[in-house]
Write a protein that binds this ligand. Structure first.
Ligand code: SF4
Length: 56
């Protein structure tokens, strides 16, 4: 399991510098690498649009 970024992402870049394991990559909508994410939840806490949640 890993956190995922949904279509509410506005590519603001807030989360990318907060991830301690650098699992987030840029794009029209940012992406989290599920192989790298440790489910710490830091990105979800800082996302201004609430676009990041724990995937199923
Ligand atoms: Fe990075 Fe933590 Fe977000 Fe996973 S949950 S992408 S490890 S900040």
């Amino acid at each position: 399991m890993a956190y995922v970024i949904n279509e509410d992402c506005v590519a603001c870049g807030t989360c990318i510098s907060e991830c301690p394991v650098e699992a987030i990559s840029e794009g029209d909508i940012y992406k989290i690498d599920p192989e790298v994410c440790t489910e710490c939840g830091t990105c979800a806490d800082v996302c201004p649009t609430g676009a990041i949640s724990l995937g199923k």
